[in-house]
Design a protein around this ligand. Structure first.
Ligand code: ADP
Ligand code: 5GP
Length: 188
């Protein structure tokens, strides 16, 4: 099987940190067992409540770099001070189930995945306003001030990429955003 002949369907979700990607997708994963997350690897420390193997595979920098050397990543990026990447074997296992697999990755990762899976459906989640994004990042209470400011800087560049995606959804009212994203994922 080559990379374009995939049994499962692939969906890529991007959007600035704090816009609500995980919140929206967690609702959808609960609603529909045929839609499942890909679990990325990262060197960032777990946030409160995050579980290894569920939210991310939390790796040390040495472990992550060892896997880069072994060519285990479909794609990886450096975001802020940390690495994030999609592990090929875990994604292949999930695609084999025939379910729709969702990658929640940054805009650079999305470009790379699209090269390998040109038929992947891509959705960009927009915050309603810049100030609401900042409010959400602060409310999440998971990043220090430096990290919040860096995420807001990165957000400005990420938002410029919205037109490269098949769909854009504004996450203003959560329920509506969930419905919109779900309808896009299940549409043919
Ligand atoms: P991301 O995965 O994009 O980094 P999160 O899903 O972690 O973002 O959401 C960031 C914060 O914003 C969380 O505290 C979440 O509860 C909150 N949030 C998400 N969507 C909404 C919304 N529609 N209205 C208000 N707060 C939201
Ligand atoms: P966070 O620290 O908020 O969980 O994630 C920071 C950014 O990294 C987000 O934009 C998130 O979508 C992105 N990200 C998470 N996993 C991956 C991955 O495997 N690959 C890429 N390219 N980006 C990722």
């Amino acid at each position: 099987m080559n990379n374009t002949e995939k049994p499962g369907r692939l969906v890529v979700i991007s959007g600035p940190s704090g816009c609500g990607k995980d919140t929206i997708m967690n609702e959808i994963f609960k609603m529909d067992p045929n839609i499942i997350p890909s679990v990325s690897a990262t060197t960032r420390p777990p946030r409160k409540g995050e579980i290894n193997g569920i939210n991310y595979y939390f790796l040390s920098t040495e472990e992550f770099e060892e896997r880069i050397r072994k060519n285990e990543f479909l794609e990886y990026v450096r975001y802020g001070e940390n690495y994030y990447g999609t592990l090929k074997p875990q994604l292949d296992e999930k695609l084999k189930t025939g379910k729709t697999v969702v990658l929640i990755i940054d805009v650079r990762g999305a470009v790379n995945v699209r090269k390998i899976y040109p038929t992947a459906k891509t959705i960009f989640i927009m915050p309603p306003t810049e100030s609401e994004l900042e409010k959400r990042l602060r409310c999440r209470d998971s990043d220090n001030e430096d990290s919040i400011l860096r995420r807001l800087e990165v957000a400005k560049d990420e938002i410029k990429c919205v037109n490269e995606y098949d769909y854009a959804v504004v996450n203003d009212e959560l329920e509506k955003a969930v419905e919109n994203v779900y309808n896009i994922i299940i549409s043919e």
